[in-house]
Design a protein around this ligand. Sequence first.
Ligand SMILES: Cc1ncc(COP(=O)(O)O)c(C=O)c1O
Length: 345
Amino acid sequence: MTDALIDLRSDTVTRPGPQMRAAMAAAEVGDDVYGEDPTVRALEERVAALFGKEAAIFTPTGSMANVLAVRSVVGAGEEVLCDSSAHIARAELGAHAAYTGLTMRTWTGPRGGIDLPAIEALFAPDLGPFFVPTRAISVENTHNFGGGTVLPLGDLQALRSYADSVGAAVHMDGARIWNAHVATGTPLAEYGAVTDVLAVCLSKGLGAPVGSLMVGTRAAVDEARVWRKRMGGGMRQVGILAAAGIYALDHHVERLADDHANARLLAEACDVDPGTVDTNIVVVDVSDAAAVVAAARDAGVLVGAVGARTVRVVTHLDVSRDQAVAAASVLTKVLASTRPTTGGS
Ligand SMILES: Cc1ncc(COP(=O)(O)O)c(C=O)c1O
């Protein structure tokens, strides 16, 4: 890929800049499997504190953080409820079933949102020996395939009350929780308060090259350390990567507001109501996603197909305002040229 292309496929495509690389090079390190990497420990303690939780554990990927998080509240032969387009259901390659042996049932909420009546209808913790017992409810904030949707705090609090009333755990896939925090001003600890366990990523909007964390109770994190090692995720002098995460937390959180503004600009260009764009992701309904992706690429803009008729446009650290403006004009033309003509032959 050439640098001339404007890459809006995902916020995972960012490359660490010189200052982040300098922070990585300067990191103090040790063997993290022995618990001796001071930079990893500093990152874990900082992130746990941000969410008001007891502990956190650094993982190579958001998928691994999600598997560790969900398995801390759901066992083999038990189920978690989630939205039908949740990343854990759609895009983790069956990892939760493969590693934990759990099953999932889904509701379909508006743009990936919480549908409490649907959750209440699905919830079945103890229907006897014929049914899988429900143990947890998982939500995604922001919701990726829903279009970067922020889950309203009121909905999360209502879910928390319901979960408490029935003895269920709440997991949050917070890969982009930082975007929700910046878009709404909701303190991260509020998200911690409505959940039992979270997975959060440093490698999406925050621009670190690698790294996620599972955040929860000390007991859950201690157990996750065993499972992380079992899954081949025990890393050694990984403070080099944790340093990138610390740099990202210091420098790349507040600037997410720029990505959100760029996303609204791109939404307008794609004929999507910018009022529906909460954060940095724009989901565009088209008649042929592959054709739109190909035409945009030919015109110098990379976007992703996330369904046969759905294109996703994502803004991030490596897309400037000028590039967003340029991409907006390209996408308007591409969408007009790939729209099927109505009537006539
Ligand atoms: C909402 C969400 N959760 C989890 C993940 C998984 O992260 P990773 O690619 O680091 O495994 C992603 C990846 O894009 C995501 O969008």
